[in-house]
Design a protein around this ligand. Structure first.
Ligand code: FES
Ligand code: FES
Length: 140
């Protein structure tokens, strides 16, 4: 008998061959880092994005210590982020990730980790830019 398909092929695909697994230098001024944890299960997700001179994400990577749905969510998020402006990045919602991966309802919170990590990475990047601009202001 065929094995029951508990998960949609989109999740299985991202889980078995996750895209953009990796890490970038957190101190790089062009890199925003988001690090979030899920208190309920202890899973941790790190998501980083590098913003190019045109203000668009040129590279996004992640490392997730967590369940398959969390890995799939972060993998999908890093693919989605590429080429987006920061404003666009902030519009990524966990329900869109969940819909794409067809996550079962009990796994919705796993996609929330990815949304939170993206938002935190955008904030981190923006606060780095502000700090740099302030420094340059002092020099001028
Ligand atoms: Fe994983 Fe809720 S059980 S975050
Ligand atoms: Fe931990 Fe999914 S159960 S993030």
């Amino acid at each position: 008998a065929p094995t029951p398909r508990l998960y949609h092929k989109n999740i299985v695909d991202h889980y078995e061959s996750p895209r953009n697994v990796g890490s970038m230098d957190k101190s790089d001024p062009e890199v925003g880092t988001g690090l979030v944890g899920a208190p309920a299960c202890g899973d941790v997700m790190k998501l980083q994005m590098r913003v190019g001179p045109d203000g668009r994400v040129e590279k996004a990577v992640f490392k997730t210590f967590g369940c398959g749905s969390a890995i799939a969510s972060s993998s999908y998020a890093t693919e989605w982020l590429k080429g987006k402006t920061l404003e666009e990045c902030e519009t990524l919602q966990n329900k869109d990730i969940a819909a794409h991966l067809k996550l079962p309802p009990v796994k919705l919170h796993c996609s929330m980790l990815a949304e939170d990590a993206v938002k935190m990475a955008v904030k981190d990047y923006q606060s780095k830019r502000k700090a740099l601009e302030a420094q340059e202001g002092e020099k001028a």
